[in-house]
Design a binder for this molecule. Structure first.
Ligand SMILES: Cc1ncc(COP(=O)(O)O)c(C=O)c1O
Length: 369
């Protein structure tokens, strides 16, 4: 047996009985060489066994790591080892030193923050991705990466029944971001630059962002990075009578007040599934207000968006038709490894204008915009 567990003490013991591997960075002649394909095959099998056994026994661990801050410092040497170590030794270290410091997000008993569960299919995809190690910063660096990303995001947009403008066949399309925080940042930058192209750069002090006080703090951080004046990020008060959703009336009042004092409303972020209470903002009404005030309307469905592929939950993103951009986190609730946040825009021009560079080494025969 490769793995035994003791549920009373939550221990997890794998590979203790395995013979010492000979394939520890030295080849069979004792020379220090990178692993070859056969060594990889052997080690990878053991790694898969280790992971499979971890999942079989995951409920034996306390979900929340019990270690104290700085625990690992005392357990590891001050500098990196000079010589390679065997995989057995590494597994022993992982069991003794790393697993105690892991909070087990994948445990079925994990209920903090939000779900962030992957799946075995997700692990296999990650393994392939690690093995191919594609660097996909332009089409030519791996055409399959760019094209697969576009195709799969079109599929996902169709599953979510997003309006056709979000599909890549027209002016819009989807792109994978690391996190929802990045997604909101890039659309905020696009919207900022779009409004500043119209008003001139000096208007930066005057442009205003709106969202509810339940909105994820990623928006505030994005405002800081984008140079939005700290007083111009309006997190409008919500209350229990609206289930903590943003009230269209309160938004209208705030916009009217800001316009009256010479400020320029330019960005509204609504949320479908707020982090603390899964509140759902009324997209249709908010979107119409944004449109009538010439604002960019972003819908952050990072948390709850995955559910909306189910016909019975699609209603929660009704009104997304009004949005300029929409994101959901595949890494939250879509059985996909962290990190993978899907972002769609209806018109990629502003995004491309705001964030593109065009050095010689990035030029290639395909342009998607
Ligand atoms: C509604 C919402 N928006 C944004 C985020 C930020 O997500 P990420 O960790 O992918 O940046 C979260 C994460 O909790 C969220 O729940």
């Amino acid at each position: 047996m490769l793995c035994s567990s003791n549920s009373s003490s939550s221990t997890f013991t794998c590979f203790a009985s395995l013979p010492k591997l000979t394939m520890d960075g030295y080849n069979r002649d004792g020379d220090l060489k990178p692993m070859d394909a056969e060594q990889f095959r052997e080690h990878a099998h053991k790694m898969v066994d280790f992971i499979a056994d971890y999942y079989k026994t995951i409920e034996n661990f306390p979900v929340l790591s019990q270690v104290q801050p700085g625990y690992l410092h005392n357990m590891l040497p001050d500098s990196a080892p000079n010589h390679p170590e065997s995989l057995d030794d590494i597994f022993n270290d992982v069991q003794a030193k790393i697993l105690p410091g892991v909070t087990h997000w994948q445990s079925p008993n994990y209920f903090a923050y939000y779900p962030s569960n992957s799946s075995i299919a997700g692990f296999l995809g990650e393994m392939l991705s690690a093995g191919l190690n594609i660097v996909g910063f332009s089409w030519i660096t791996s055409p399959a990466a760019t094209e697969l990303e576009m195709i799969v995001l079109d599929w996902l947009a169709k599953l979510l029944k997003l309006p056709d403008e979000f599909l890549s066949a027209g002016q819009g399309g989807g792109v994978i971001q690391g996190t929802a925080s990045e997604a909101v940042l890039v659309v905020l930058l696009a919207a900022r630059d779009k409004v500043l192209r119209r008003l001139g750069k000096n208007a930066l002090e005057k442009i205003v962002v709106y969202a509810s006080d339940q909105t994820h703090s990623a928006l505030q951080k994005a405002c800081q990075i984008a140079g939005i004046h700290p007083e111009n990020c309006r997190l409008l008060k919500t209350e229990s009578s609206t289930n903590y959703a943003l009230s269209p009336d309160i938004l209208c009042e705030a916009i009217a007040h800001d316009v009256a004092i010479g400020l320029v409303p330019f960005f509204l972020c609504a949320t479908v599934g707020t982090t603390s209470s899964t509140a759902v903002d009324p997209l249709l009404a908010l979107g119409k207000i944004a449109k009538s005030n010439g604002m960019w309307f972003h819908v952050d469905a990072a948390y709850a968006g995955s559910a909306c592929i189910c016909p019975e939950y699609r209603q929660y993103i009704d009104g997304v038709e009004e949005a300029d951009s929409f994101n959901m986190n595949a890494h939250k609730w879509f059985l996909t490894n962290f990190d993978c946040s899907a972002l769609w825009v209806k018109d990629r021009t502003a995004l491309v204008q705001s964030l593109s560079t065009n050095p010689e080494f990035l030029k290639n025969k395909v342009s998607f915009f």
